[in-house]
Design a protein around this ligand. Structure first.
Ligand SMILES: Cc1cc2nc3c(=O)[nH]c(=O)nc-3n(C[C@H](O)[C@H](O)[C@H](O)COP(=O)(O)OP(=O)(O)OC[C@H]3O[C@@H](n4cnc5c(N)ncnc54)[C@H](O)[C@@H]3O)c2cc1C
Length: 467
């Protein structure tokens, strides 16, 4: 019998007075959900197991066929893969294939009622990828796009995982195993279960250790839709820019239009986005002017998915761990990147330390805590951005300062860098906050607040394309 447990993990189990829970040769692992978290987890688990000569059988339970167009084949999302994740993946030897990338985003176009400004990528070599999560929007044309989730799932299967196209309806734990129940009947028994079912599923609120009440992460309702415009119009009107909006609409946190092939994806995050808020947003002049003739076309596909805004209170226990959205994720941005982080931390813990609650508390929970702590700072960052969203004089200052930075070849581009990282999710919120508190940034902002709001000076040429 081979054990890869560390002394510390073994000691914690010894304290609890029970035999250590570890993955042994031939152990069976169920991964519930084959989205990014499930596929990343399977990939890391099998790679690590291979490195330590551990033979595991990994089954991914995923009923969604990512080859279907429209909602049936899609894990509803804006589809922005942050530059930090693209780089992390490349360092692992995983390169996002070009046919999975619908467009490389090299700039943000910030739209406000006081004008608009284009923010270029801070470093020329860094790009963000816009991907589809499935086989593209609902459409009558037969196509076979390489969606991001299919790419990751195939990667996991190439490394030894087995895909089981089944919907899991429950997981029952006993001291010696976990039993999977499927819509079609018994799914089999496993030594360890990684729950990666996201947050848009009843299962997210049903997993709990024996004798405890199931709980779930806190969520908000968001909105996504797709507009079919054709490649020429998308090129001419949207280019390689993601269009973001700072508009004073109650409940709206963030909204963006993302060009992808013949389509443009619209994402709205906020406090329980509903049809009234979607219509109010689509009727603003800033949104209408993005489309040919100032007319927003009917969407071809839409959904109201939920997003995790507060972590699951107990995302692990003996023989199970919750990764990705159903556990903890980054607030509003880079959810795929945090799926990567939690999946990797869970796989490392399971292979190198053990699969008991204590092991996850010692080695997995610190990753969750780091994300949660950063989210607390993220809430403060978004509160700060509400100030700019709410007042016209602050929006004028923001427009002036960003435009001047973008026009200058030599400026430190402090505000542009902050906006880029908030929009793209490429840097931790803590990092963004530190830069926002820098005395030079605050002095520059103060100067622009005054200059942008002085009579006549406020609408000088320095404000770019102001209205
Ligand atoms: C409006 C919106 C925009 C977003 N934009 C971005 C963005 O641009 N970039 C970014 O990085 N993140 C974005 N996110 C967040 C991102 O979508 C998630 O963080 C990410 O998808 C989480 O991955 P996951 O694998 O944990 O969950 P999911 O992607 O939800 O995958 C869960 C998988 O589990 C399967 N499943 C569910 N229930 C069961 C079951 N009972 N049995 C078996 N399988 C099951 C599902 O079919 C699915 O394939 C956005 C989210 C929203 C709501």
């Amino acid at each position: 019998m081979i054990s890869f447990r560390t002394g510390r993990a073994a000691a914690s189990d010894a304290r609890a007075g029970r035999p250590p829970l570890t993955l042994e040769d031939g152990a069976r692992v169920a991964v519930v959900g084959g989205g990014p978290a499930g596929s990343f987890f399977s990939y890391f688990l099998l790679n690590l197991a291979h490195l330590v000569d551990l033979d595991l059988k990994v089954d991914i339970f995923e009923p969604r066929p990512f080859t279907h167009c429209g909602p049936a084949g899609c894990n509803h999302c804006g589809g922005i893969v942050s530059e930090s994740l693209v780089q992390l993946l490349a360092a692992e030897g995983v390169n996002l294939p070009l046919d999975a990338v619908q467009r490389g985003i090299d700039s943000y176009q910030l739209h406000m009622d006081v004008g608009q400004v284009r923010i270029e990528t801070p470093l020329q070599e860094q790009r963000i990828a816009a991907v589809y999560r499935g086989n593209g929007p609902r459409s009558s044309e037969p196509r076979m796009l390489l969606g991001f989730d299919r790419f990751l799932q195939e990667l996991a299967c190439e490394h030894g995982a087995t895909l089981r196209r089944r919907l899991v309806t429950g997981v029952e734990f006993s001291p010696s195993e976990a039993r999977i129940a499927c819509a079609e009947g018994d799914g089999g028994s496993y030594d360890f279960v990684a729950v990666a079912a996201g947050i848009n599923t009843a299962l997210a609120g049903q997993i709990a250790p024996p004798g405890t009440q199931p709980r779930r992460a806190q969520t908000l309702t968001t909105f996504i839709c797709e507009f079919h415009l054709g490649s020429d119009v998308v090129d001419a009107y949207f280019g390689n820019s993601m269009h973001v909006f700072l508009i004073d609409l109650p409940r709206l946190e963030f909204a963006a239009l993302i060009p992808k092939g013949e389509y443009v994806t619209m994402c709205m995050l906020g406090h329980d986005v509903d049809e009234a808020l979607v219509n109010a947003f689509l009727n603003t002049p800033q949104v209408r002017e993005c489309f040919p003739g100032g007319r927003v076309p009917d969407n071809v596909c839409h959904c109201f998915p939920r997003i995790n805004v507060r972590q699951h209170p107990q995302p692990f226990g003996d023989r199970f761990v919750m990764i990705g959205d159903c556990g903890v994720t980054r607030l509003y941005k880079d959810g795929i990147g945090s799926s990567y982080r939690t999946a990797k931390a869970a796989a490392l813990t399971a292979v190198l330390h053990g699969i008991g609650e204590e092991n996850f508390r010692d080695y997995f929970a610190p990753t969750c805590r780091a994300i949660t702590r950063d989210n607390a700072i993220g809430r403060a960052v978004f509160q700060g951005s509400h100030l700019f969203q709410r007042f016209r004089f602050t929006r004028r200052a923001l427009l002036r300062m960003t435009t001047l930075e973008q026009q200058s070849k030599t400026s430190a581009r402090r505000l542009s860098g902050i906006l880029w990282d908030v929009f793209s999710g490429s840097a931790p919120y803590n990092d963004v906050m530190m830069r926002g508190c820098h005395p030079s940034f605050l002095a520059g902002l103060l100067g622009n607040l005054v200059a942008a709001n002085l009579p006549k000076v406020g609408r000088s040429s320095a404000t770019g394309s102001s209205q």
